[in-house]
Design a protein around this ligand. Structure first.
Ligand code: DLL
Length: 433
């Protein structure tokens, strides 16, 4: 099933021709309207006319989050403020937020791409979409909302928070599709259990989860606990918001990135060189239809790989693999590189452990230490100390065996690790303090 079959299944030569035409128009637009691009292209000795094919994209300089911050708030906008109808901003844990603006046409494009994403995930007109992404400056809530309306589904704009009420509404209103972060979905499952509500008796069929890294093992856990098919959705406010890429329900193998609007590349984050197809590196995205704030070769910091292999669903758009995480979130513990999502994958596979964890990194003298705090399931916690000791040794051993990193496991009582209603915070790095 498609939302826009013609564009979702465009044969690659036609898709690439369209990309190039749109890239040229975008380059002209930013060169003429955004002083930052004029300066950076001139410094690289490039004018838009030098770009005569898609391969030439590599000649253009990158744009970084720092460039956006330096032009805070509106410096990179390519449309006059009179044409901007919506402003969003990323929360940004450090420094100023990054601010993005949308024209009327940008909102229409975003709505269509979210509608396409819903259909790819298996949603359709007639669905009741329970949208628990936060509404506000964060793009999750409104992005999914406009997409659901564009699709013609019924959307419940519940936003995040007040979890008990969420569950009551989900049950009473007959929600069929749930949209929220993967960590929040598990919190909902837990609250439902406490309220004596069985997810198997709800009408939920599909969950569309993103905005934070999660593992394949977490998917299995969520699907079992919420009794639905869990789909991975990716996006970032700088590029648009949710709906930049999504898994199709037919394959659930890689996320289709809507290539008639975005050109993806994978680069080596150290050298900036392009990586061969299939190899992991940093995702770089060029927007080719945006008006408010087009971005050329934007470095997302997200680590993934790209494949152009045809997909069983019939979409011709390339796929990115599940994100390992952001390059900035990668922990280096005594020289070993590890992403929180890799630790998550190990933890979720161990029986007696709940999928709620926190990683604490410290420095003792010159040595980095990693403590993995994880909850034990209810019945185990009351068991003898010997059982708990064996379990924590098992956690330490499996993490060492799978990831090569030494850690200390600290088992904690059920429901003691803070639950998230949006993006979960999984790491406390005391080394930076
Ligand atoms: O998180 C947009 C969004 C909302 C995506 C709802 C999906 C669903 P930002 O707040 O700007 O935008 O954060 C973007 O979140 O660069 C990734 O590091 C991370 N991220 C988003 N989706 C995924 C995902 C929204 N599926 C940043 N897997 C991105 C892993 C993700 N990380």
């Amino acid at each position: 099933m498609f939302f826009n079959e013609e564009f979702e299944t465009l044969p690659r030569p036609a898709l690439e021709a369209l990309q190039f035409k749109r890239l040229q128009a975008t380059l002209d637009r930013v060169y003429a309207n955004v002083p930052f691009y004029k300066t950076s292209f001139d410094a690289a000795g490039i004018t838009p006319s030098v770009i005569t094919g898609l391969e030439d994209l590599q000649k253009l300089p990158f744009t970084s989050k720092q460039n956006m911050r330096d032009s805070y708030p509106y410096g990179l906008f390519a449309a006059p403020m009179e044409e901007i109808v919506r402003i969003h901003a990323s929360s940004g844990t450090t420094g100023k937020p990054t601010v993005v603006g949308y024209t009327q046409k940008d909102i229409a494009t975003w709505s269509e791409l979210m509608a396409r994403s819903f259909v790819a995930a298996g949603a359709h007109k007639g669905d009741i979409i329970h949208n628990a992404y936060g509404y506000g400056l964060f793009t999750g809530g409104l992005g999914a909302h406009y997409g659901a309306e564009r699709l013609g589904a019924s959307v419940i704009p519940i936003s995040g928070g007040n979890t008990k009420r969420q569950i009551m509404i989900m049950r009473d209103f007959g929600s069929t599709v749930l949209t929220c972060t993967p960590s929040y979905s598990l919190f909902m499952a837990e609250e439902a259990l406490a309220e004596g509500i069985d997810f198997k008796k709800l009408k939920l069929r599909v969950g569309i989860f993103g905005a934070e890294p999660w593992s394949e093992e977490m998917r299995t856990e969520i699907e079992a606990k919420l009794n639905l098919s869990a789909i991975d959705i990716y996006g970032l406010s700088e590029i648009m918001g949710p709906g930049v890429a999504i898994e199709c329900i037919e394959a659930k193998r890689g996320l289709h990135i809507w290539e008639d609007h975005f050109i993806p590349e994978i680069i080596n984050p150290e050298t900036g060189e392009r990586m061969p197809e299939g190899e992991r590196g940093e995702l770089v995205i060029t927007t080719i239809t945006k008006q408010g704030i087009p971005l050329i070769r934007y470095r997302t910091r997200d680590i993934t790989s790209l494949t152009y292999e045809p997909c069983v669903c019939g979409r011709t758009h390339a796929r990115i693999t599940r994100m390992s995480g952001r390059s900035d979130d990668m922990l280096i513990i005594r020289g070993v590189n590890v992403f929180p999502s890799q630790i998550e994958a190990v933890l979720v596979g161990i029986e007696g452990i709940e999928p709620h964890y926190m990683l604490i990194v410290d420095r003792e003298g010159t040595l980095d230490t990693l403590t993995v705090q994880v909850e034990v399931s209810g019945q185990l916690f009351s068991d003898e100390i010997k059982v708990l000791q064996a379990l924590s040794r098992r956690v330490e051993k499996e993490i060492k065996d799978m990831l090569g990193v030494t850690c200390r496991a600290k088992l904690v009582e059920p429901k003691t690790i803070q639950r998230s209603e949006g993006k979960a915070q999984r790491v406390i790095d005391n080394r930076k303090l």
